[in-house]
Write a new protein. Structure first.
Length: 464
């Protein structure tokens, strides 16, 4: 869509008549800060950045975008690597000022504003010994994570972030506001749990909390040459894995700069079991001869916040994702070969563990369809701005292609880029028709474009 500068100027004038003028940004330090994303390679720049402080201001933004034909986007945490938080030359609703979290201790629920990040949620719940099902990084927006699914360290025990969504306030494409939960707007509520930000602006969510005063977590690193043996033995351990243990794996560059096999466990059960030398966590140190094996016991909020330094804003990122049945020898070989050809010391493979409670949800109960136990692999090409991004992106493409023959059709929609045309049609499996019907009902003009949606009914999810 091409929008003239005259139209943009008229939209700016209209917004300044309808809202406090300091909410409407087109340049300056606040605009620059509001358009800075986690992925520094994104060059999209909205004509208007609307810093929203209330649902009413979001409504005004949506209606104004429609009135003037401006492309619209929603910026929450700003962690989408493909840059979909920003509407290039359009209007971006910046929800970051809306970051409040209210905890209802008795109900074990939290009311989370649309711009809150994971750290905000966990910090609010932590004084009560409670946690939320979140992702692995604290600076990620809680709404975006939840709407797209939300793999995380507590998934085995409590399910995806989406499985813990109890209700949401949504501004629809016509500017109206609805509350969606199991009894009100149930089809929309179903779509919000895995279908992404394609149906409206979530200005507030109610999520379930869980009592977990402390977790045992840490990192085990093995030399890359041990990866086949380590991952083979890990597979046997994970086949009988308790819900309380979720083990993120992957390959990262270790302290000496060489690629190493990584195990990143989180134990959410009784801490004494997590620290027991004969327990399931400590067994992860006996799959080979580790170079590093470090664990600590503490709050989940502290553990997640400590990881943020590993993923700073501003680096350049290109990401691919594949969903894998398990650590088969062929998968491990593809990971090892990919590690040996990495073009940047900042690049990595991050493999998320999907099992337990998350895998027991019937596939048709939420829009998120892949409910078989599996591993969700991120192929992360990361580099600093002064280096050539082309060769790093080519590495990600090659590593993803090597995993493709061993993967399920589709992938994790929250991480799929717009060019993943071979995967997008299969993401939602048998849920596709219902999801597109909800889209057609609440947003027939396609105002909201969150994560990729397929355009036709695909074949059912299956391992090829």
């Amino acid at each position: 869509m091409t929008v003239t500068s005259q139209t943009q100027q008229r939209a700016v004038a209209a917004l300044k008549e309808r809202l406090p003028v300091d909410r409407v940004l087109t340049a300056g330090p606040e605009y620059t800060a509001g358009t800075a994303l986690w992925n520094g390679a994104v060059t999209f720049r909205p004509a208007i950045l609307l810093r929203c402080t209330s649902t009413a201001e979001v409504q005004t933004g949506v209606r104004t975008a429609r009135e003037f034909g401006l492309p619209l986007s929603v910026r929450g945490g700003g962690h989408d690597w493909a840059g979909r938080a920003l509407s290039d030359q359009g209007l971006t609703l910046d929800l970051t000022p809306m970051s409040s979290v209210h905890v209802d201790v008795g109900a074990r629920r939290a009311t989370v504003a649309g711009g809150a990040r994971t750290n905000h949620v966990l910090a609010a719940a932590d004084p009560y010994g409670m946690v939320a099902a979140t992702g692995t990084v604290g600076t990620v927006g809680m709404a975006g994570l939840t709407l797209g699914g939300g793999y995380g360290p507590l998934g085995g025990r409590f399910g995806l972030a989406a499985d813990n969504l109890a209700g949401a306030e949504v501004v629809l494409a016509d500017g109206s506001v609805v509350w969606a939960d199991a009894e009100h707007e149930p089809d929309l509520f179903w779509a919000l749990r895995g279908g992404g930000g394609n149906f409206g602006v979530v200005t507030s969510m109610e999520i379930r909390l869980h009592t977990v005063p402390a977790v045992v977590t840490g990192m085990v690193l093995y030399p890359l040459r041990q990866a086949p043996k380590v991952f083979a033995r890990l597979g046997a351990l994970l086949a009988d894995c308790p819900d309380e243990l979720t083990v993120q794996t992957g390959i990262i560059n270790g302290p000496d700069g060489a690629p190493m096999a990584m195990l990143w466990p989180t134990w959410s059960g009784e801490p004494a079991v997590g620290t027991d030398p004969s327990g399931p966590v400590q067994r992860l140190t006996r799959l080979g001869t580790p170079a590093v094996a470090e664990f600590e016991t503490g709050s989940f909020a502290t553990a997640i916040a400590a990881r943020d330094t590993m993923f700073p804003n501003g680096r350049h990122v290109s990401l691919r994702t594949r969903s894998l049945p398990r650590h088969t020898p062929e998968v491990v070989d593809a990971l090892v070969q990919g590690a040996k050809t990495m073009t940047s010391p900042l690049s990595a493979f991050s493999v998320h563990h999907f099992h337990g409670a998350a895998a027991r949800v019937p596939w048709e109960e939420t829009a998120f369809a892949l409910r078989k136990p599996h591993m969700m692999a991120e192929v992360l090409a990361v580099w600093t701005p002064e280096t050539d991004g082309g060769r790093h992106t080519a590495w990600a493409d090659a590593a993803s292609a090597a995993l493709e023959p061993h993967a399920f059709a589709g992938g994790y929609a929250n991480l799929l880029g717009p060019d993943a045309t071979d995967q997008i049609p299969h993401v939602f499996g048998g849920n596709t028709a219902r999801l597109l019907a909800v889209k057609d009902t609440v947003d027939p003009d396609g105002v909201f474009r969150g994560i990729p949606l397929p355009m036709a009914e695909p074949r059912a999810l299956s391992h090829r």
